[in-house]
Design a protein around this ligand. Structure first.
Ligand code: ZN
Length: 275
């Protein structure tokens, strides 16, 4: 059984502030340790649940996502990674599709945050907070959970587990249904505050959640938005809007919305994706 684990930092227990997740900040090193340990917990759980191949993908931009010459998507601590996985770093956001294309049995999204503008979502945003306010798939607001679920769904891969704060978990269940396993490692109290489960216990919960998610894989949802698919963004500024002008296949709705329609999610998404 092959399992793909997408990792993000903002939904990890103990993390509430950009300083803990942004390259160059002194607190970033603490964030990396907390992040790596939660990913390892998911790897252990996946192995216990029967996975024979586990690939972890660092999907956290670390405040430098627009610059692939810089430190983006490279927050895992290699020396501390569990031996029973391989891991992908410094690859564009949600661009690592090899596992999905080759055939993969399940996807986990560990440490994810809620979509942009979620009131109690700790560090909530959608991919690029300096560019996008709200994203929609066929009119339904989605965040990064929805994007990853739709990419997986394109290849017929189910979303088996989502971990993060309570708002990310609620978002996952609302979008994907009760069949998705969730582990809430903190309760969002505001954008920059949370009531945390201690990281050590949170890791045990993730390990257990990962194992059970694979045991219950038959009930895990495969997200397919239908065809055709329209992906829309509400943009934060006229500057960002300007960047989408004169681009083929993109419909503009003044003053700050763009829409892309394709036969598949992948086709619609790839026209708009920033990385
Ligand atoms: Zn992130």
């Amino acid at each position: 059984m092959r399992v793909l684990i997408m990792g993000d930092m903002e939904g990890v227990s103990g993390i509430v502030h950009w300083d803990q997740v942004s390259h160059g900040s002194p607190m970033y090193q603490e964030g990396r340790r907390l992040y790596t340990a939660e990913l390892n917990a998911a790897v252990r759980g996946a192995r216990a649940g029967g996975a024979t191949e586990v690939v972890v993908v660092d999907s956290h931009g670390a405040g430098a996502a627009g610059n692939m010459g810089g430190p983006a998507f490279n927050s895992l601590i290699p020396e501390e990674m569990d031996e029973n996985c391989e891991f992908v770093t410094h690859h564009g956001w949600a661009n690592y599709l090899d596992m999905l294309q080759e055939g993969c049995d399940a996807c986990f999204f560990v440490g994810i945050h809620a979509m942009g503008l979620t009131p109690r979502g700790v560090l909530s945003h959608t991919v690029a907070s300096g560019r996008w306010l709200v994203m929609r798939i066929n009119g339904q607001p989605v965040g990064e959970i929805g994007i990853v679920a739709a990419l997986c769904g394109h290849y017929g891969v189910p979303m088996a587990l989502v971990t993060g704060d309570d708002q990310a978990c609620r978002e996952a269940v609302e979008l994907l249904g009760e069949g998705v396993g969730t582990v809430a490692v903190k309760k969002g109290l505001g954008r920059y505050s949370a009531r945390h489960i201690s990281p050590k216990r949170a890791r045990r919960m993730i390990e257990e959640g990962a194992r059970t998610a694979l045991e219950n894989l038959a009930g895990a949802p495969t997200f397919k938005p239908g065809a055709p698919v329209t992906v829309s963004f509400e943009l934060v500024s006229a500057d960002v809007m300007d960047g989408y002008r004169r681009r083929e296949g993109i419909k503009l709705e003044e003053p700050n919305k763009v829409h892309s329609t394709g036969e598949t999610f992948l086709e619609a998404w790839e026209r708009l994706a920033p990385f």
